[in-house]
Design a binder for this molecule. Structure first.
Ligand code: ADP
Ligand code: MG
Length: 252
């Protein structure tokens, strides 16, 4: 591939502390990162290591205590509420462990909502929503409400929704966390397809080792710091299933 290595996300000296009563929890203790356009990056680490906090910082869902996050070289801490809403609507798609679909809306309405919010007319949004639902393999079920769908199908709707406004970045926080193994693999395969065929930058916070097989780089987080960053070819792990040739056990 001859693609340029354009920096799309830059995290500089980010710390985040939460105060709970008299106790201060340092969830991030100084994180520096650079993620390039088109990369598939997994943020891995044990529960409580700071993955979701980092996810929220990169996605502009919460503010760092200290340090800066740049998206396409724009310091997002400098954005006003309107600009931040624009960024979150157009530039970034979000996928969550618990799907976070709106229960009273159909699959299609969930997918078209970010488009109409962005100003697209409803006919175009419908067409594009159906196209996206077909892309994620839910061509026939677009009138169903989330609770009439299986977990895997709900996550497919969430993936379609994340692509509503052709974002440059899709952020996923434990996208397979609520799914059984096989369904989780299908979602990972879907994310890999988006990364390869649509060139979307994918950043996934996860502790699903199957994600390692499709990641260009893995950022290992431990206790609020980046422990190490490895490229896929440097990984000492093979996991069965998607793209892997191992027996399903992780060997570190
Ligand atoms: P992970 O996603 O890797 O499991 P988190 O980023 O959710 O980890 O949490 C990192 C640390 O920050 C944990 O100690 C957690 O309890 C704490 N934390 C996260 N969010 C909050 C919050 N909103 N209030 C207080 N503490 C929090
Ligand atoms: Mg988490």
């Amino acid at each position: 591939m001859t693609e340029e290595r354009r920096t799309i996300v830059r995290v500089v000296g980010v710390t985040k502390s939460f105060t709970m009563g008299k106790v201060e929890v340092m969830a991030l203790k100084g994180v520096d990162l650079e993620i390039f356009s088109g990369e598939y990056v997994s943020i891995m680490g044990p529960s409580g290591s700071g993955k979701s906090t980092l996810f929220n910082m990169i996605g502009g869902l919460d503010k760092p205590t200290d340090g800066k996050v740049f998206i396409d070289e724009v310091d997002i801490s400098q954005l006003d509420a309107y600009e931040l809403a624009w960024l979150r609507n157009r530039k970034i798609g979000y996928i969550f462990q618990t799907f976070n679909l709106i229960p009273v809306m159909s699959a299609l309405e969930n997918v078209t909502l970010p488009m109409t919010f962005a100003g697209m007319n409803s006919d175009d949004a419908q067409d594009k929503g159906i196209e996206l639902l077909k892309l994620v393999g839910l061509g026939e079920r677009f009138q169903h409400k989330p609770l009439e769908l299986s977990g895997g199908q709900q996550q497919r709707v969430a993936v379609a929704r994340s692509l509503a406004n052709d974002p440059a970045i899709v952020l996923a926080d434990e996208p397979t966390g609520n799914l059984d193994l096989t369904t989780g693999e299908e979602i990972i395969e879907l994310l890999r397809m988006l990364s390869q065929e649509r060139g979307v930058t994918i950043i996934s916070a996860t502790h699903d080792y199957k994600m390692l097989n499709v990641s260009d780089r893995v950022i290992w987080v431990r206790d609020g710091v980046v422990d190490r960053i490895e490229r896929r070819e440097e990984l000492n792990i093979t996991v069965g299933g998607i793209g892997g040739k191992g027996n399903g056990t992780a060997q570190t």
